[in-house]
Write a protein that binds this ligand. Structure first.
Ligand SMILES: *Cc1c(COP(=O)(O)O)cnc(C)c1O
Length: 402
């Protein structure tokens, strides 16, 4: 039943929908109709699967963490290796799907926004592959902080436009990207990077990312002859988590755990644990749980990992929380850093700091469970991008490597 959502208006229970001015609704409607008409065609599915395989290197392995499991005791930990995708994270599953749709719609230009730069890099690469013009809006502050990713985007032919208003970060970049899209809706396609935004984006991004759970389900059945007991994934906007969870929703024995960033602690402004601490509200054209102040303005958020510090969350996660089908918790910066080093040292795999939050929760859970239990952690990305930040924090004495 729950796999049939959203409804025709884009609602997952009370969450989702479209809360936008009429001129934006019009362009979103055009997109929704186009997606509905192509998504189940053989041609679209063949193109999507071919590019996932040959451009990104799918299927990604399901990897048994023998060393980490032995060290912790208890449940067996598997990793879904999204870090082995081209560009180092799950983001490319979605950029391939959406740019294929843009081509079908006859669009010439891709418009995207990016905070930490990971979605921008995947967008730039996929646009280059498909011969599309690509413009990426990025807060002027974020451009300063993420220079390497800006170079990567430019190297692949994208134009990076700084958002100069307000806090000069992701929120302003989104505002400017949407304005540019609406002003040039005939030629442009807005490529959204997570399972958020107005309908149909949350459902569409989920569909593209569901390759993660579809593969993992098949792989664990082949390797263990049964389904896992737990799925664990980090939640920023929620795309890697919903992509992992969705193909298991009807499997009642499979528990799903989303892990948000607890940052420096649970004081407002020190974390981005939206489902753990938020209340329903509207942001970027949809309703969901939201970290907000008394006036309903999005609260300021923080996490050690730039990919998780968003004050909202995808509406399907809010629904799964209300329905009690998934549970959500939070891991701190410190716990994530611990998990980052633990995986690097026991398995020789350096995880993204985002993914390290999921790993931290799995490392807490495993010793409390029997050896017959199975946990699959979605390793959403690799940590190469975080190595300089970790090195800086080590040399400042802000963290230690044990
Ligand atoms: C962007 C990113 C995330 C957070 O985004 P979701 O939409 O919540 O998946 C998590 N992990 C990595 C590696 C990322 O790049």
């Amino acid at each position: 039943m729950t796999t049939m959502l959203p409804n025709a208006d884009g609602f997952f229970g009370e969450h989702g929908g479209r809360f936008l001015p009429d001129e934006v609704i019009r362009v979103v409607d055009e997109l929704a109709e186009a997606y509905d008409s192509v998504k189940n065609t053989q041609e679209f599915q063949d193109d999507f699967k071919r590019l996932l395989k040959h451009f990104s290197g799918r299927p990604t392995p399901l990897y048994a963490c023998a060393n980490l499991t032995k060290k912790l005791g208890g449940a067996r930990i598997y990793l879904k290796r999204e870090d082995l995708n081209h560009l180092g994270a799950h983001k490319v599953n979605n950029t391939i799907g959406q740019i294929l749709l843009a081509k079908h719609m006859g669009k010439k230009k891709i418009i995207a926004e990016t905070g930490a730069g990971q979605h921008g890099v995947a967008s730039a690469a996929t646009a280059a592959l498909m011969g599309m013009e690509c413009t990426i809006y990025m807060g002027a502050e974020d451009i300063e902080r993420q220079k390497l990713n800006v170079f990567r985007m430019e190297m692949m032919g994208a134009k990076v436009v700084p958002a100069m208003t307000g806090q000069r970060t992701l929120k302003e970049a989104v505002d400017e990207a949407i304005a540019a899209w609406v002003a040039d809706a005939g030629e442009s396609f807005y490529l959204l990077g997570s399972a958020v935004g107005p309908h149909p984006y949350p459902a569409m991004v989920r569909d593209f990312q569901s390759i993660i759970g579809t593969e993992a389900r098949k792989q664990i059945l082949e390797m263990e002859g049964r389904l896992p007991d737990y799925l664990v994934a980090c939640v920023g906007g929620g795309s890697n988590a919903i992509g992992m969870f969705h193909p298991f929703i009807e499997d009642e024995g499979v528990n799903m755990v989303g892990v948000e960033p607890a940052g420096r602690g649970m004081t407002p402004g020190d974390h981005a644990a939206t489902l753990t601490c938020g209340t329903p509200g509207v942001l970027h054209g949809f309703t969901s749980y939201l970290l907000q102040d008394e006036k309903g303005e999005p609260a300021s958020v923080y996490s050690i990992s730039a990919g998780l510090d968003y004050p909202g969350v995808g509406p399907e996660h809010s629904f799964l929380k209300d329905a009690g089908r998934a549970s959500y918790c939070a891991a701190s910066d410190e716990e994530a850093v611990k998990a980052f080093f633990a995986l690097s040292r026991t398995e020789g795999i350096i995880p993204a700091l985002e993914s390290s939050h999921a790993l931290a929760e799995a490392m807490k859970m495993a010793p409390t469970l029997g050896e017959d239990k199975i946990i699959i952690v979605n390793l959403s990305g690799r940590g190469d991008k975080d190595v300089a930040q970790i090195e800086q924090m080590l040399s400042d004495g802000r963290i230690t490597a044990d």
